[in-house]
Design a protein around this ligand. Structure first.
Ligand code: HEM
Length: 199
């Protein structure tokens, strides 16, 4: 028998509009940076040279080296300006004081018996790690983009080959982050929490 009683709508957690915009633009720009970066990588793989490991075309963007570079350098502005305004937003609104991992989360890891709190602590630890990952991609990318203006970035990592490897490492870091972040977000707050970051 079917009931006519309306099913109550689940209330989504409130998210600030600034966080939603940063989140969505970041996903789009990371997708473009990742796929166009892999296209550039394929022209001369950092692991094993021209005969080295190639990435299948389905994961690349641009069709060839110049196409990949065009995409990478265009999306670079979206990526870095989005990160810049988010940094300013986090400082002005003082979100940095409560939105990232804190001492309470670390205490919860050691003491709590509440599995939801534990998942939430891990969720906060993992999503906080994306900030240094993005900054590392930006720093090493800038070193590769303008080595004449920023030779100290190249020196900081040793040499050009080391800089390429560290820049490339942003690919596995972003992929692993995305998997863990999605799983932990669901574990901590179900599909409502995930959806609340978009609409
Ligand atoms: C998370 C974001 C990013 C990812 C996943 C990413 C990925 C990649 C990959 C896989 C490569 C090929 C590396 C190689 O084989 O040498 C590459 C190259 C490059 N990336 Fe990025 N990148 C990101 C962000 C950036 C940013 C923000 C900049 C600039 C500020 C940048 C500038 C460059 C430059 C200049 C190259 C070398 C292009 C060339 O040699 O023609 N990247 N990137």
């Amino acid at each position: 028998m079917t009931s006519n009683v309306p099913v109550p709508k689940v209330k989504l957690p409130m998210q600030a509009i600034g966080a939603k915009i940063f989140h969505s633009v970041n996903i789009i720009s990371l997708f473009l940076m990742l796929t166009s970066g892999l296209q550039i990588y394929n022209a001369n793989p950092v692991f094993g040279g021209r005969a080295g490991l190639h990435i299948p075309p389905i994961f690349t963007l641009g069709g060839w080296l110049a196409g990949g570079r065009h995409w990478h350098f265009a999306a670079m502005w979206l990526f870095s300006l989005n990160l810049l305004w988010y940094g300013i937003y986090v400082l002005i609104t003082r979100r940095w004081r409560r939105r990232f991992v804190g001492v309470n989360d670390l205490k919860a890891l050691q003491k709590t018996q509440n599995s939801r709190r534990l998942a939430y602590a891990w969720h906060r630890i993992i999503y906080t790690t994306i900030i240094p990952i993005l900054l590392l991609a930006l720093l090493t990318g800038l070193g590769m983009y303008k080595p004449a203006q920023f030779p100290w970035i190249v020196d900081m990592f040793g040499d050009w080959q080391a800089l390429r490897i560290v820049h490339f490492s942003s690919v596995p870091m972003v992929v692993i982050f995305t998997v863990l972040h999605s799983l932990l977000g669901r574990k901590a707050g179900g599909s409502q929490l995930t959806e609340s970051m978009f609409w």
